[in-house]
Design a protein around this ligand. Structure first.
Ligand code: ZN
Length: 257
């Protein structure tokens, strides 16, 4: 038997493919979810390691200082400086004002490992034990319509930038999906953002956005915003929100009275 490693064509060599995945701005959506989360974390660590080189913070502080001074003069808020925050800010800048809270929570809680997929998938009762009881109907709507290959691994409240979210986290072997609800701010409205709804039926308009592999479909009620954020295809993500929308709206409107 030969001890030589097998020869792969360059595009099929596992080492090449791993290197390309790590180098890429985002791992491809068909990779199993745990591997992709690890690649996202490797990418973050590489960015953090770069940050640790002595000259980088000094150079960055100079840049941020100059930019901050310019922004201060022009009345804008300061730039984010954490690498993860920089990447997050770039992704958030690709979607509308009212889409941002849902994408921000999905990125930081599900994608960047705030509450990662556990090694052992919990039973449903354990997964949803931290869900506030008033959102049980939201959970029921998700359970009724979610494709059967998805498992709920957590339902909880989480905080991001001081804002509270109700967050249902789901996964298959290769995909992540979040159903996220948050109170609607006075300046947040897809109608006000002048986003054209992708679908409008049964009194529910559904709005869409995407950035990199992240597909978003969302709706608004008087007091709430609800999002489905996933790495499904655009059509699958929209179809799922379309199926759940009437029940999600009903569940949220009951909390508004
Ligand atoms: Zn969360």
């Amino acid at each position: 038997m030969s001890s030589q490693p097998p020869n792969f064509p360059p595009d099929q060599d596992p080492n090449n493919r791993l290197r390309q995945a790590v180098r890429g701005a985002a791992a491809p959506p068909h990779l199993p979810v745990k591997i992709r989360q690890q690649l996202d974390q490797v990418r973050q660590r590489k960015a953090t390691a770069l940050w640790a080189r002595p000259w980088v913070p000094v150079a960055a502080l100079l840049v941020v200082g100059v930019a901050g001074g310019l922004m201060y003069r022009s009345g804008h808020r300061a730039l984010p400086v954490n690498p993860q925050e920089v990447e997050s800010a770039a992704l958030l800048s690709n979607v509308s004002h009212t889409m941002r809270p849902g994408l921000d929570d999905h990125l930081h809680c599900s994608v960047y490992g705030g509450n990662p997929v556990p090694n052992r998938m919990p039973a449903l009762a354990e997964a949803v034990q931290d869900l506030p009881p008033q959102f049980r109907e939201l959970l029921a709507a998700v359970q009724r319509h979610i494709p059967e290959q998805f498992r709920i691994y957590s339902a909880h409240e989480c905080l991001r930038s001081g804002r509270k979210f109700v967050h249902l986290q789901l996964t298959t072997d290769s995909q992540l999906l979040s159903v996220i609800v948050t109170s609607r701010g006075v300046d947040e409205s897809f109608v006000r953002d002048k986003i054209i709804p992708s679908l409008a039926g049964a009194g529910t308009s559904i709005y869409q956005a995407k950035t990199l592999r992240f597909q978003m479909a969302a709706l608004e009620t008087r007091d709430y915003l609800a999002y489905v954020v996933s790495d499904l295809s655009e059509q699958q993500n929209l179809d799922l929100m379309t199926a759940m929308a009437p029940e999600i709206r009903l569940a949220l409107e009951k909390l508004e009275s």
